[in-house]
Design a protein around this ligand. Sequence first.
Ligand code: ATP
Ligand code: MG
Ligand code: MG
Ligand code: MG
Length: 474
Amino acid sequence: MKSAEIRQKFLDFFASKGHQVVNSSPLVPGNDPTIMFTVAGMVQFKDVFLGFDKRNYTRATTSQKCLRAGGKHNDLENVGYTARHHTFFEMLGNFSFGDYFKRDAIHYAWEFLTGPEWLAIPKEKLMVTIYASDDEAYEIWNQQIGIPTDKIIRIGDNKGAPYASDNFWAMGDTGPCGPCTEIFYDHGDHIWGGPPGSADEDGDRFVEIWNNVFMQFNRDAEGVMHPLPKPSVDTGMGLERLSALLQKVHTNYEIDLFVALLQAAAKETGVPYNQDTPSLKVIADHIRACSFLIADGVLPSNEGRGYVLRRIIRRAVRHGYKLGQKSAFFYKLVATLVAEMGHAYPELVQKQAQIEDLLKYEEELFAKTLENGMALLDTALAGGKTILDGATAFKLSDTYGFPIDLTADVCREKNVSVDMEGFEIALNTQRAQSKAAGQFKAVTGLEYDGSASVFHGYTEHSREAKVLALYKGN
Ligand code: ATP
Ligand code: MG
Ligand code: MG
Ligand code: MG
């Protein structure tokens, strides 16, 4: 089953259960300074959960564009390393605003996954987790659905626990939150990894596919939990993870949405196509994130959201460089993405030219210093060093435009760690000096600082001038 079909089936299922089908909101949340990006389907409904906003429906369903590349939810460092993490992904969700609660949510989820007329996933491949003290969810899974006791795992809220699992979901440090129950799919014992809550749960054998959150509280800045006006439901299922199991492949990168992107990445970087090449996966992931961010109005810059975008672009470009591609290539993948996803997300089609121009421009900007920066890094690490000193990391950032996470990404591949404390010291020293000199220079180098002199020589009607006009928001 194609991803597009799976997405549609999900929406159809919940529409048949009285849910209003609502469009995805943009990746940049409107009017919400507490989070940088839309990290889950519930973000556009935050005020409905809190009782500040009313809709003319109490049940909704969406396929939501999400980005997890900053703040509390950040999967940037997982991309290329796990089978299941992206920066940009699509989250399928159903929502109840004070309408149904635990019982119906669990029954709906199970019917959609295992019902013969829906996805018909074999029941024995699934297992669930519940919040440690949630006896009600336990009873529903065990007594009503018939899940055997050994396939229901109780997990707490991970305060200092040694494992990654956490069955208390929160949008951010503040905002709606509550206990949850999650559904996992077992990809088989030929793959390394233990069940959720075990010491080797970070493996990729048991993949979490669907989280059903029982929204009950609003956490304030002091950490105090206030009950929501009405108990509600918020669920999220990664479309790519669901596609993987339905398409009978193990990793998200083998699904229909990714194959063409990986092939294009291989072609444009000039390496053989291979699904297991981490750099190709990173590039395929990052072209989605960057294109969707630009389509939603984010522009590369040196702070905030724009800096997250710039960092992702530079990471992708560096992975291309690692594969031996030294000229601009990343922007050429936009066409493939538009062919794959433009139908579901028309904003990609509308903004294709702008996305390509901005990416090409950013690539060329970074290309000016990437090679010399890599040479500096290689020299600094020569002789089998295991730690990169903070002064070099700072120089890479300040002079060569290497965001610190990019430097760390390179180092990690070589089993080298970065002296972050030393980096911070060098950064603060430079800040203090520039302040004293009455001029504050951003730390990342190469930025477009708005002065025409940086781009002296371009004619007004050149492509570059048009790109610059975009940066200025014209
Ligand atoms: P994981 O434990 O695998 O990192 P999560 O617990 O952080 O996932 P949730 O916050 O519960 O994820 O999000 C709901 C669902 O969204 C997940 O069950 C998964 O299917 C999907 N999802 C979460 N993060 C990602 C990601 N980075 N890439 C793709 N899908 C994701
Ligand atoms: Mg996660
Ligand atoms: Mg999880
Ligand atoms: Mg989860």
